[in-house]
Each structure stands twice: as structure tokens, then as C-alpha cells.
Ligand binder design. Structure first.
Ligand code: F6P
Length: 545
């Protein structure tokens, strides 16, 4: 048995969760529930009143967090302690948002000056490209960025640039290539001109197959379409923590932007990995993004657990996974610009908390990270919301809505908001059999038919949701929102006592993939593996002869 489930709070939470009244009853019995169970921080407003919770639930959850030393663990992360124990690394994406007068040490050395130097290098580069001082090999201004990377070296920059579309420099365009499927690269290269395109290769390790292959093919395309070797430096830059490998690869030393092994890939958009963002929205807006995240860092570090937005969201998610058997969590963004955010949170949470052993290697006897999925409202309402409302699994939801639109048009935004709030209401209150029958009272159906249809129209309700609002989607509010989810992920990992900052699970597939590649290229059929793998490899070999 793990320490966590041995806590006396664990069975208390189990028993308490089983006997909580329906949320409808909770709302009926307390007219101040919304005021009591909502919170503002860093430009965000969180309504958590539509959760299966009372004061007692929150007390138990906060006690669990305290017993698991959440506050001390938060402080340890911010101080730069080696909390990523399997890779022996500090976890300091928060240092990327630090003020220049802060002193944050890794191996005894203050890392803040290095962070600021890199930001200054980014600022200089952004200025050179956008002012037209940095020109392509035929003397033309850069018009297109092709950003090559995968995982954390792709999703963050892609989702943030997509979200901050209204802030783009109108004379630049940006394209992202991640997949090793050549189609992804080829389709993007069709859109750009080698004379005016800048390639940014982003790879923390500088060892990721997809990124190396795509960069080499992009370089071949550049050389085959007018550029020569001496022009490469004007069109290819890299972001990496492995500067030596990047130089060996042929990247010009001046064109390499450093990052550090104390920044996890999925937490890296705040570093030079964010270069495509900075180019598109400008350095001042990039700093505003960092400031928004910094504000959330301060809140996370200093607010008491019961008033701490990431802690509350993390604790509720844990409540549903561990005490209500929820296996997934849906993120629903009611803003077209935020349509990519669920995919970003998916990597953030699932790569961080998809773990089965505690920090000291003990197998957990409780659920850890749920499946994170989602999409853009209102589209999902006409698709998968059916399962959320009437399906058998419990799927807690986060609804995210800016109060003002960047594109006010007629009553679109009111309709959007009404759908968002209407969904949370429907999830919470549901529809009883009696209500469904009453709705059918004026229909021509027979009593028997009414009875049948009413049964199909019953919605159990009591489905939990958080609603997150912000006045407007800006670099600052987006920074706070992303940092909120980073810290929410941390809270759960801290209580589950797992390492949220390694990702050993993705390694085996990479190793075996390389072994398979050698077999696909070999002169003879594969026969040393399992029958299925041999069979698949040989089918592919024969098809490519
Ligand atoms: O395979 C997973 C992963 O290691 C992610 O954690 C990371 O963000 C991604 O690959 C890309 O890695 P890199 O930036 O080193 O190319």
C-alpha cells in the first residue's frame, strides 16, 4: 500500500464522495454558492461552483494537499531543487518568466542572467528580421517562418501563435512542421519561397529523428531551389540545449539560440523555443505573455491552497479520478483562437502525469493522469457532448470563454456565451424523468410512447465543470491561462507522488522504431521478431520494391 492510500483522509474522501447530494440540491440549499465557490486571479475568473463539492469536500482535499506537503513541494520547484529525480534535473520553466533581479540557482550558479541574455538575443533577432535588416540570400525581406519541431518543441509555439493571431505582424506568416510524414513538410514548402523563408529548427535534445529528418529535407529543398551552401546561414536557425550537436550538424554558431536541461520540453514555450511566437507577435507581446505566466507563478507560490486557482483545479481533477472513477477530462474552449489549446494541455498533462510508479519506484494503487481531450465550442456540442451529458462515463469539463471577442459581429458572441453557460447548466442540473414527461405533455404521443421517450430524455446531471473567464484573450491572459494548467498538472503529480517531469514511456517506441527502420532498409526479410512485427515489416518491404 502506498503512503497516499494509507492516509486516513483517503477513506474519508471515498465515503464523503459517495454520499454527496446531487449538485442541484447543493445549489438549491445555498444561494451564495457561486460567490463562495469562485475566484479571481491574474486576469482569470474561475467558477468552480458546479463541482461535486461542499465545504467539507474542500476541507478534506486541502488537508490531503497539506499532508502531501504541497506547499513545500511548490517551493522546492521554484527554488530549483532537483525534483526531476530520474533525470537528476531541476524544473525551472518558472525561471524563464523571472524578473532580472531574481536569483535562481542551478549547481550554485544564478541562471537568470543567462535567461535574460537569451531573451536579448531573441529581441535582437526579432528586430533584425521584422525591420528588414536580416535579408534572404537574394536581398529580400523574410515573409515566412517555417518552424520545425515536435512535441513540446512544436505544440507550444503553434498553439500560442494560433491563439494570438490578432497580434501578428501583418508582413509575416508562420507554418509548423512536426510529423516525419513527408506530406506535412511538402505541403508547407508548396506555400513558401526559398528567397523569403526562414526555417527555425527547434529541438531541445537535437536528437529527435522527425525534426532532424525534416530539417535536412528542408535544407535539400532550399539548395535545390536556388540557395547555395553559403546562403544556409541566412535561412536556418536553431533552438536547442545541445549547442555542440547543432554546430556539428552545420548550424551557424551565431544562429543557435540556447535553452537548458532544466526546462522540460512540454514547458519550454517560454524559452527560445518561443522564437516563432516572438517573431509573429513581437517581443513586447512575448514579454507580456511571460508576465501573465509570472503573475500566475506568484499566485501559485503565495496564495493559500483553498484560494489557489491551480491547486483547486488540480484537487478537483484528482477528486474525480480517484473518488468518482473518472478516466478522462475534457477541455472546451469557447473561442476559435483557442481551438488548439486542448491538444497543448493534452501533451502537458498526459506526458507529465501518465506514470505508474511513485518517486521512489513503488507501483501506485490509485489512478494517476486522466485522458485529456477536447475541442472548440460550440462545435463539440453537435458531436461528442452527447456522451458527456448522457453517456455512462463521468467526464469532468473545463469551459474557457473570453468575455469580449476580438471579432465582434452581430450577436455571435452572445450566442457563443449562451451556449457555453447553457452547457454547464445542462451538465449540472440534468433533466429528471418527471421534467421530461412534462415537456411531452402536449404531444400527440400515447402514454406508453411518452413514457418511453421520457426515459430516453432523462439526463442524470450532476456532471462537474469549471468555467474559466477572462475579459479578453491577450498575451497576458493567455500566459496566465497556460501557467495555470502547468501548475494544475504539478499539483496532481505532487499529491500522487510521481515524477511529472520525465517521459521514459516514449523512449521504448523510439528505440524500437530505429531498429525497425534498419530492418525495413535491410536486404532480406525480417524473421527475428515476433510474427506480427516480422509480417508487417515484410509487407512494407515488398510494397516498396
Ligand atoms: O518524445 C517525446 C519528447 O521527448 C517530448 O518530451 C519533447 O517535447 C519532444 O519529444 C521533442 O523533443 P526535442 O525537443 O528534444 O526534439
Amino acid at each position: 500500500m502506498t503512503k497516499l492510500t494509507q492516509s486516513t483522509l483517503w477513506p474519508q474522501l471515498e465515503q464523503h464522495s459517495a454520499k454527496l447530494p446531487h449538485m442541484r440540491t447543493l445549489f438549491e440549499s445555498d444561494s451564495e454558492r457561486f460567490d463562495k465557490m469562485s475566484l479571481s486571479a491574474c486576469g482569470l475568473f474561475l467558477d468552480y461552483s458546479k463541482n461535486r463539492a461542499t465545504d467539507e469536500t474542500l476541507k478534506l482535499l486541502v488537508s490531503l494537499a497539506e499532508e502531501c506537503n504541497l506547499t513545500a513541494k511548490i517551493q522546492a520547484m521554484f527554488k530549483g531543487e532537483i525534483i526531476n529525480n530520474t533525470e537528476k534535473r531541476a524544473v525551472l520553466h518558472t525561471a524563464l518568466r523571472a524578473n532580472s533581479d531574481q536569483d535562481i540557482r542551478v549547481d550554485g550558479i544564478n541562471i537568470v542572467p543567462e535567461v535574460k541574455q537569451t531573451q536579448a538575443k531573441m529581441a535582437k533577432f526579432v528586430d533584425a528580421v521584422t525591420s528588414g535588416q536580416w535579408l534572404g540570400y537574394t536581398g529580400k525581406k523574410i515573409t515566412d517562418i517555417v518552424a520545425i519541431g515536435i512535441g513540446g518543441s512544436f505544440l507550444g509555439p503553434k498553439i500560442v501563435t494560433q491563439a494570438l493571431r490578432p497580434y501578428w505582424n501583418p508582413s509575416l506568416n508562420c507554418h509548423f512542421v512536426a510529423n516525419v510524414d513527408a506530406t506535412s513538410l511538402v505541403e508547407k514548402l508548396r506555400l513558401v519561397n526559398p528567397e523569403t523563408t526562414l526555417f527555425i529548427m527547434s529541438s531541445k535534445s537535437f536528437g529527435t529523428q522527425e525534426t532532424l529528418t525534416n530539417t535536412l529535407s528542408a535544407k535539400d529543398w532550399f539548395l535545390a531551389n536556388g540557395g547555395c551552401q553559403a546562403d544556409v546561414a541566412k535561412h536556418f536557425v536553431a533552438v536547442t540545449s545541445n549547442v555542440t550537436k547543432a554546430t556539428e550538424f552545420g548550424m551557424d554558431a551565431d544562429n543557435i539560440f540556447p535553452m537548458w536541461d532544466w526546462v522540460g520540453g512540454r514547458y519550454s514555450l517560454w524559452s527560445a523555443i518561443g522564437l516563432p511566437i516572438a517573431l509573429l507577435i513581437g517581443m513586447d507581446n512575448f514579454y507580456a505573455l511571460l508576465d501573465g505566466a509570472k503573475a500566475m507563478d506568484e499566485h501559485f507560490l503565495h496564495a493559500p491552497i483553498e484560494k489557489n486557482m491551480p491547486a483547486i483545479m488540480g484537487l478537483f481533477s484528482l477528486l474525480y479520478g480517484n473518488f468518482h472513477q473518472a478516466q478522462s477530462h475534457v477541455v472546451l474552449t469557447y473561442d476559435h483562437y483557442l481551438r488548439g489549446l486542448p491538444a497543448y494541455f493534452q501533451q502537458l498533462d498526459m506526458e507529465s502525469n501518465g506514470k505508474s510508479v511513485t518517486l521512489n519506484g513503488e507501483t501506485v494503487n490509485y489512478s494517476t493522469g486522466p485522458v485529456i481531450w477536447g475541442g472548440e465550442g460550440t462545435n463539440g456540442q453537435h458531436a461528442y457532448h452527447q456522451l458527456i451529458h448522457q453517456g455512462t462515463p463521468l467526464i469532468p469539463a473545463d469551459f474557457i470563454l473570453p468575455l469580449q471577442s476580438h471579432n465582434p459581429l452581430g450577436e455571435h458572441h452572445q450566442q457563443l456565451a449562451s451556449n457555453c453557460f447553457g452547457q454547464t447548466q445542462a451538465m449540472m442540473q440534468g433533466r429528471t424523468y418527471e421534467e421530461a414527461l412534462a415537456e411531452l405533455s402536449h404531444s400527440q404521443l400515447s402514454d406508453e410512447e411518452k413514457n418511453l421517450i421520457a426515459k430516453h430524455k432523462v439526463m442524470p446531471g450532476n456532471k462537474p465543470s469549471n468555467t474559466l473567464l477572462m475579459n479578453k484573450l491577450t498575451p497576458g491572459t493567455l500566459g496566465a491561462l497556460i501557467a495555470l494548467y502547468e501548475h494544475r498538472t504539478f499539483v496532481q503529480g505532487a499529491i500522487w507522488d510521481i515524477n511529472s517531469f520525465d517521459q521514459w514511456g516514449v523512449e521504448l517506441g523510439k528505440t524500437l522504431g530505429n531498429d525497425v527502420l534498419a530492418r525495413l532498409k535491410a536486404d532480406s526479410d525480417a524473421n527475428e521478431l515476433d510474427a506480427s512485427s516480422n509480417g508487417l515489416i515484410n509487407k512494407f518491404r515488398r510494397a516498396s520494391i
